[in-house]
Structure formats: structure tokens, C-alpha cells
Ligand binder design. Structure first.
Ligand code: HEC
Length: 478
């Protein structure tokens, strides 16, 4: 019976397992099966002996600490055994993340899938809006959307193509970009015009630069260059950030990036490149937010300028894989989102010289369901302003600055790829005072940007047999 049940569950969950294949798997799932399923059911749906753990109803409190406490100490008189001594603190932490994941999965399964979101009208806390398809390209995986002063749109594509969308048409890809060799998560990534583009014509891009090591093997690291587009050609290219090849590695993930310009500086992020301990090592560019002059020169007042060993462009450290950066329109503060491992996606307020904790503290666990650490906080390490456990695969962010949605002014929009969602967060200082999911299940939301027309623009990518990349806009509906 047991096997029959789990087979049934597997078949039911196949489409979703495809979307986030690790949920419900690994060490933590085995631990659940061994110690908990007899009372709480195979699917965590509850059984004769224990309540459902996926209905988001928590008798003993809904915070992670409350749930961890029950697992450790139990509720003797109600029949819940305590697992202190059986499960380590790290394993209890992993179990809490697992319960969150399975709760999310149960919720997503109950929502319907929409094939074509074009024209869909949705209701949110403050505004009604319609999703309008702006452009779609079969086979494409768009990475970033940005606007030019003339209202045209720049679109980068993972495979290495850069497009300009003008007068309702997607032009030919810009010719003559540097050679880009997509490798896993690396490819063409960020694109952004300089704030004085109208005068200087500079456009900045980031990509996974490739070198060959002594044995002829390919090595990669994030690089930033700028250039101009003239008659559809990329010209005048200059290096803005290109590290020594000794920092390059063969791994295909955690390239980070996203740009922010401020006061003549360029901020950008590089992920840990899979070498998590390097995020804590100031000598390496991995797992850092960087600051350079907008022409690539290294500022002499970066926070670790006095430390001869430190990588000179480091602005903050202890980051895993940041792929969202934006300036708060009122305070001018730098805000960042980064991918956690399995759980623990973060929103951070970035301040110079501070340590954001990865991998010493995290709200996530390893992809195979083994704990990384039971620690979510430590002295000298910054806490995220908020975090997502389970992960939504948090990506591009944008503080809304348009006029079309007056109630959204200065709210932060956050894209999520795995859960295909767009979140709206209202901040007061470093406090989240509103957090709503504005839409979900319409495609992998890779980036979000305020358009010159006041609409909010989204990249929605689809994988699978009908792979395509699209840009949609949220337009107000009275
Ligand atoms: C012998 C049966 C039994 C086993 C084994 C068991 N539980 Fe429970 N559990 C219960 C019961 C009964 C309750 C309800 C307690 C109450 O209502 O106060 C409960 C409550 C809980 C709660 C609190 C739910 C809430 O609404 O606040 C959590 C969390 C939980 N269990 C997790 C686990 C985990 C994780 C495991 C495995 C490591 C586990 N349980 C193993 C019987 C069990």
C-alpha cells in the first residue's frame, strides 16, 4: 500500500517536479519518511495520528522557530514525540525548510495553470491590471530588460544575442558583440545604458568571459564591458571589469551580475561560482558586490582599500548568487536579492564593507536535503531584510517609479523564476510592511523594470517543448 501511494504521488507531482525537481527529494525526505510519515502521512497531508503539515495551519505557531521547537521538544501529552537527540539542530533546520517546501508545493498544485497570459486581468491589493504581451521569441531565454532614453527597449538573451525593441518591432540582434560562450547559467546577462547615455552613448553588458587554462580547458568568470551601438553594430568596446584568469573556474553556475549606476560609480555582483567558502575570502572576487568607476578605474576609497590582500573592487561580501540590484528612488540605498541554496533566497540592504554571511549563516539547506548549517544568524553578519524559504529563485528587482500605478510608487517588485511569481514589497526603512504575490504560474519571471509609459515590464520565459522568451507589461485597468 505504501509503495502504491508513493507511486501515485509521484505521478501526480510529475509536472511540478519538472519545474523544481529537488522538492520532496534527498536526505531530508528520507528523514521525514523514516521518522514522521507514519503519523503525518506520506504526503504530509496528515494521518490518523498527526495533523497535516502542508495546510499552513500551525497550532503551535507559524514561525520557523516555533516549528523547530515542536520538532525538537514534541508535545508529549498530544502524542507528538520530540526528536532532540535523534535529529541534530542542523537536521531540524533542514526539516523545517522541507515542511515549507512541501507546503508551497501543495499550494501551487491547487492553482490552475494558464497557457497564454496575454490579456489576463488580475486583481492585486492596490491595483487591477492587465497583462499585455509586448514581444515573444521562440527558443529565447531573455535575461534582462532595460529602457533607453528614447523609450526603446534593450533585451539581452542568454545565448549571447542583444536586441533593441523599437516602434513595436524587435530588430536584428546587435552585430559584433564580444564572443560569448553560454555555459550553464553563464551567457549574455545584464545590459544597461549609462545614465548619461544621451551624451556619451555608452551601453554596458556583462557575460561569462572564457579563457583556456594551461591544459586547454575552458575557464569562466563574469566580465563587464561597455560599447556603443552604431548602425546595428557594437563598436568602441572597452573593458570595465575583467579579472586575472587565475580567478576563472570551470563551473557553470553563480555568475551573479546586474548593474546599478550611482554618482559616477558602477556596482555589480559576482556569485560564488560554486566555491562557497570564497564568498568569505576577501582576496577573491567570488560572492561579492563590486564597485568601480563607470570607466572601470578602481576607486581608492573602497571599503577594503587599506587591506592589501583584498580584491580591490569589493564593496560587500558573503553573497551566494546575487541577481537583483536596484537603488531606492528616495533614499538612494543599494538593495540586492540573491539566490539561496534550497531555501534562503534573500533581500538585503547593501552597505559598504559588511558581511552578508554566506555560507556561515543561511536560511537554506543543500540541494540534496542535507543541512548546510543550523545557523541563521551570527555576530558580525548581516541579516536579510526578508527571505524566501522555500526558494522562489529570486532574480531581477525594480523599485517602481512610474505614474500608471500610483499606489505602487516606490514599492519593490521582485521576480521569482521557479515559482513563476512576481512579489511586491513595501518597505519602511528596513522593515517590510507589505508583501504580496502579485502574480504566479505564468512563466519564469527573470527580470522586472518600470517602463517610460509607467507600466511595469516583465520577462516571462518558458521552458520545455514550447520554449520561448517573452516580455509582458502590466497595464492599469480601472
Ligand atoms: C507518533 C506520531 C508522531 C510522529 C512520529 C511525529 N509526529 Fe509531529 N505531531 C504529532 C501529533 C499528534 C501532533 C499534534 C500535536 C498537537 O496538536 O499539539 C504533531 C504536531 C507536529 C507539529 C506541529 C504542528 C502545528 O500545527 O503546530 C510539527 C511541526 C510536527 N508534528 C512535525 C513532525 C516531524 C517533522 C516529525 C518527524 C521528525 C514528526 N512530527 C513526527 C504526531 C507525530
Amino acid at each position: 500500500m505504501r509503495h502504491f501511494l508513493s507511486l501515485f504521488f509521484l505521478i501526480l507531482s510529475l509536472p511540478l517536479l519538472h519545474a523544481q525537481s529537488r522538492i520532496g527529494t534527498g536526505m531530508v525526505a528520507e528523514t521525514y519518511e523514516q521518522y514522521c510519515s507514519a503519523c503525518h502521512g506520506e504526503k504530509l497531508e496528515g494521518g490518523g495520528l498527526g495533523p497535516s503539515l502542508v495546510d499552513d495551519e500551525w497550532v503551535h505557531g507559524s514561525r520557523d522557530e516555533d516549528i523547530a521547537k515542536i520538532i525538537r521538544e514534541g508535545v508529549e501529552e498530544e502524542g507528538m514525540v520530540g526528536f532532540e537527540g535523534v535529529l541534530s539542530d542542523d537536521e531540524v533546520r533542514a526539516m523545517v525548510i522541507y515542511l515549507r517546501e512541501m507546503g508551497q508545493l501543495a499550494q501551487r498544485r491547487s492553482e490552475r495553470e494558464v497557457e497564454d497570459p496575454d490579456g489576463l486581468v488580475l486583481e492585486s491589493d492596490h491595483h487591477r491590471f492587465r497583462l499585455e504581451k509586448v514581444v515573444e521569441l521562440p527558443g529565447a531565454k531573455f535575461w534582462a530588460v532595460e529602457f533607453m532614453p528614447d523609450g526603446s527597449m534593450l533585451l539581452s538573451e542568454h545565448s549571447g544575442r542583444l536586441y533593441r525593441f523599437h516602434d513595436g518591432k524587435l530588430g536584428e540582434p546587435v552585430a559584433g558583440l564580444p564572443e560569448i560562450h553560454p555555459h550553464g547559467q553563464g551567457g549574455l546577462m545584464e545590459v544597461m545604458p549609462h545614465p548619461d547615455y544621451a551624451q556619451n552613448g555608452w551601453i554596458y553588458i556583462s557575460f561569462n568571459d572564457r579563457v583556456a587554462d594551461d591544459n586547454g580547458r575552458d575557464r569562466y568568470l563574469t566580465a563587464v564591458v561597455r560599447g556603443r551601438i552604431r548602425d546595428g553594430m557594437w563598436v568602441d568596446q572597452e573593458d570595465i571589469f575583467r579579472a586575472d584568469p587565475k580567478y576563472y573556474s570551470g563551473t557553470s553556475y553563480h555568475f551573479g551580475t546586474r548593474f546599478v549606476f550611482k554618482d559616477g560609480y558602477l556596482f555589480f555582483a559576482i556569485g560564488d561560482r560554486g566555491a562557497r567558502e570564497l564568498a568569505q575570502d576577501l582576496r577573491f572576487p567570488n560572492g561579492k558586490i563590486h564597485r568601480v568607476h563607470d570607466d572601470g578605474r578602481i576607486p581608492d576609497d573602497n571599503p577594503f582599500s587599506d587591506n592589501e590582500e583584498a580584491y580591490p573592487t569589493v564593496w560587500s561580501y558573503g553573497h551566494r548568487n546575487p541577481q537583483g540590484l536596484d537603488l531606492h528612488p528616495v533614499t538612494g540605498e543599494l538593495w540586492e536579492t540573491e539566490h539561496g541554496p534550497r531555501g534562503g533566497d534573500e533581500l538585503n540592504l547593501i552597505r559598504p564593507g559588511l558581511n552578508y554571511g554566506w555560507p556561515v549563516i543561511t536560511y537554506g539547506m543543500n540541494y540534496d536535503g542535507r543541512p548546510i548549517t543550523g545557523k541563521t544568524a551570527a555576530p558580525g553578519m548581516e541579516q536579510p531584510v526578508t527571505y524566501w524559504t522555500p526558494s522562489i529563485a529570486v532574480c531581477g528587482i525594480d523599485f517602481y517609479e512610474g505614474e500608471a500605478f500610483p499606489e505602487w510608487k516606490n514599492d519593490l517588485f521582485v521576480s521569482g523564476m521557479v515559482t513563476e511569481q512576481l512579489d511586491r514589497i513595501r518597505l519602511e526603512g528596513t522593515k517590510v510592511v507589505e508583501h504580496e504575490v502579485v502574480l504566479r504560474g505564468l512563466g519564469r519571471v527573470r527580470d522586472v523594470a518600470s517602463g517610460p509609459d509607467g507600466c511595469l515590464y516583465l520577462i516571462l520565459n518558458h521552458r520545455g517543448s514550447n520554449e520561448r522568451g517573452g516580455v509582458y507589461r502590466l497595464a492599469p485597468v480601472k
